[in-house]
Design a binder for this molecule. Structure first.
Ligand code: NJP
Length: 258
């Protein structure tokens, strides 16, 4: 029997909250009582989703943020603390895979843009959230969205595989640096999820992931439930590592049928 996540009076920042996994996570955490702060570049989308959460009786803010910009992430964290008085959960979810290309055909600027978002975006979030959480009696939790691509090489995904491997290592380092001050850091490998990113992968036709039948992808709300689970002490055995929804133990922990 796992502990039920209780996020009443907690504040959660979710990056990449304008659609997909981030949107589902914002809605789910708000339903568990969290004050959610939605961040992404698409201001219209996050404002709309935040308004819908408010209409449903939840607590939400939206702040247009490019996670590749360290100053913007600093502002996101500072504004969150000003508005709600605390920061209990950061979900470093914003990520890109498109354009998908083989190394020889790749464009260095586009390649570097993925690195700026997928690696540096996570680093920026860690850098600004860890001191705030360490300064709170109750500490905090950070979830970095990882991928199976952190541990496997896939054609056309050089930027994505390299970036997710780096995120996995960032998770381990951040855990070692911060767990003594009450900051819990996890990676989360969701498996394949029915979002815009999978549409882009399918359209590329490049590697076996692009051939996976759409019905095999899980829905984003399972990832949202996994993130809520990681806020509970039952998840502590995964500290500093990737919790995976592709393995039976992870699926069972969040109540997914195998
Ligand atoms: O992707 P998608 P997912 N600053 O494309 C935002 C990982 N993952 O939900 O800025 C701030 O629907 C973008 O918002 P906008 C994946 O690597 C997925 O599937 O307005 N935000 C949008 O909200 C990623 O880390 C699968 O364009 C930025 C969001 O990111 C996470 O899950 C499997 C941004 C992307 O939404 C969410 O991906 C896996 C920036 N610079 C890992 N750039 C999967 N779907 O199968 C982008 O193992 N965003």
């Amino acid at each position: 029997m796992t502990t039920c996540p209780d996020l009443n009076n907690k504040t959660a920042v979710i990056t990449g909250a304008s659609r997909g996994i981030g949107e589902a996570t914002a809605r789910h955490l708000a339903s568990l009582g969290a004050h959610v702060v939605l961040a992404a570049r698409s201001a219209d989308a996050i404002n709309r989703i935040a308004a819908e959460i408010l209409d449903a009786g939840g607590k939400a803010h939206a702040l247009a943020t490019d996670v590749a910009d360290d100053n913007a992430v600093a502002k996101l964290i500072a504004t969150t603390v000003d508005a709600t008085g605390r920061l209990d959960l950061l979900v470093n979810n914003a990520g890109l895979i498109d354009p998908i290309f083989r190394i020889a055909d790749s464009d260095p600027t586009a390649w570097g843009n993925i690195i700026d978002v997928n690696i540096k975006g996570v680093y920026h979030g860690l850098r600004h959230a860890m001191p705030v959480m360490a300064g709170q009696d109750s500490g905090g939790t950070i979830v970095n969205i990882s991928s199976g691509a952190a541990n496997s090489a896939l054609e056309g995904w050089s930027h994505y595989c390299a970036s997710k491997a780096a995120v996995q290592r960032l998770t381990g380092v951040a855990h070692k640096e911060a767990h003594g001050s009450g900051v819990r850091v996890f990676g989360l490998s969701p498996g394949t999820v029915a979002t815009e990113m999978q549409r882009q992968i399918r359209a590329s036709g490049i590697n076996p992931v692009s051939q996976i039948p759409w019905e095999s992808h899980i829905t984003p709300d399972w990832v949202a439930k996994a993130i809520a689970f990681l806020t509970t002490p039952d998840a502590d055995k995964w500290l500093g590592t990737d919790f995976s929804l592709k393995v039976e133990e992870g699926r069972a922990a969040v109540g997914m049928a195998s």
